[in-house]
Design a protein around this ligand. Structure first.
Ligand code: ZN
Length: 152
């Protein structure tokens, strides 16, 4: 269980755990980016660390093939403009983040890269707790909140 904050080299925090809501994950199950998971291996409760993760060990390099053109009708009248980030649902019902790159008449260029692809990630972390995983967690491949039996 850890608290974390993330910046991209300029010190501006782009993501962090909310106060009192640390992130609990299952080490070794690819739940967090590989470079951070590797840096956290073996840390004990109370440990603090700054971790720099390359794009390759983070969200991957940007893939220019992930730029696609779609018809504006796909957006069903939703107001969009270049630079917008929104969630789209693909044919299989998977929700994924997309970014609007440009709009040219009826053609919309979208970027399917993860917003943090190609970025070097600078994490500051504090380990709040370390415990053994339960059998159910190992079976499911994710951490359970002991106070909440509902999960996805
Ligand atoms: Zn589960």
């Amino acid at each position: 269980t850890l608290e974390y904050s993330l910046h991209l080299g300029d010190g501006v925090i782009v993501d962090k755990s909310e106060p009192g809501e640390p992130l609990t994950y299952l080490q070794g199950f690819d739940q967090i980016v590989p470079g951070l998971e590797a840096a956290l291996e073996g840390l004990e409760k109370g440990a603090t660390k700054s971790v720099t993760v390359s794009a390759e060990e983070g969200y991957g390099e940007r893939d220019e093939d992930a730029l696609q053109e779609v018809g504006i009708a796909e957006f069903e009248g939703q107001p969009i403009k270049a630079g917008d980030e929104l969630l789209a649902t693909d044919e299989d019902g998977e929700v994924m983040p997309i970014r609007i790159v440009k709009i040219d008449g009826d053609n919309v260029t979208i970027d399917l890269n993860h917003p943090l692809a190609g970025k070097t990630l600078h994490f500051s972390i504090e380990v709040k707790d370390v415990r053994a995983a339960t059998e159910a967690e190992l079976e499911h491949g994710h951490a359970h909140d002991p106070h909440d039996h509902h999960h996805h």
